[in-house]
Design a protein around this ligand. Sequence first.
Ligand code: FMN
Length: 382
Amino acid sequence: MVPCMTTLFSEYRLRDVTFKNRIAVSPMSQYRAKNGHANDWHMVHLGRFAMGGAGLVYAEATAVTKDGRRTHGDLGLWDDAHIDALRPIAAFLQAEGAVPGIQLGHAGRKASEKRPWDGETPVDQDDIAQRGEAPWTAIAPSAIPYADGWPAPTEMTEAEIAAVIDAFGQAARRSAEAGFKIIEVYAAHGFLVHQFLSPIANQRADQWGGSLENRTRFAVEVARAIRAHWPDTLPLAFRLSATDWLDGGLEIEDTIHITRALQAVGVDMIDVSTGGVGGKERPRRMTIEQGFQVPFAKQVKAKTDVATMAVGFLWDPQHCAAIIDDGHADMVALARELLDDPNWPLHAAAQMNVDENHGLWPIESGWWLMKRDRLLAKLGLR
Ligand SMILES: Cc1cc2nc3c(=O)[nH]c(=O)nc-3n(C[C@H](O)[C@H](O)[C@H](O)COP(=O)(O)O)c2cc1C
């Protein structure tokens, strides 16, 4: 076997945290939490990815305030009482060799939404009747509804802005207490931090809106608040939508500016996604194909010296390896492919001849698979 000389399986370091490879599990909301609390579902959902060889496992979008949840099933860290259920999950991920990460977010005007399989429309009387789940009023930078048929959110006051920024800081403290080693702020896909960044959702005339610098202020203050409560030894990432794909929205040049402003206040990595702010319709400019967001990660990496993560419609190990080897990003994140195959990193390693005899697998599986392979080879079956 000639090992493939890819850096996909090389270590990567941010601050005092070492990732054993460049493969991250992208945050994936499960809509399974009860009043924000994690449970066995989250342990098994996330744990299988650590057993499957990922270098970084992100827990899903976790609300920093109760009203900042997107759905009634979102995870939360708005209360110290949420820490206990997350602690064993972070510990398990770490024990299995993955860096435990958590994504912190606030849904803003996308709050009070039905789960995807219930339609992703605003929570209504049916939800009260079926599950006792009542709608609530969302807050946002401006009183502009997310999409047609959505209620207008309440424009945030100065006090509400300060309270949400503080909530990010408190949630960061709780993340550290739970044992997470990297935080990603959900500043993409049309959620609150993105709503402040994008002129599509932010039409304020005060210090929080208008110029790009003003629109970036909320994200910067969120990063500052987190850094005040999050150890210097641990990395902080932001997921940005590098473009809104809409005329009059954020473009990659804006994202470069935002990235530099975030880096100046202690952000180490940008997870480069796109879109999500302009309602339900897919923007005309947006074409989805394999790795369609990688060029944005490449530009962020080329024009700043921040670490980057590429994400979006990635599944082919050779392609992922090329993204890292060609210097387009420092890590890759996968979501749906990992739902299909939680062992994708281990299978990719085998395919690229960097895992002899299942040595990268947990020994409880690897030992048996090694013996099975020897038997298959002896019998001439494989
Ligand atoms: C089940 C599911 C839940 C998701 N939840 C989140 C989330 O909580 N936070 C987030 O930033 N993105 C979320 N996403 C988007 C993914 O993280 C990822 O960016 C997107 O699916 C594209 O990657 P993929 O093509 O590998 O699936 C979710 C995607 C899926 C499939």
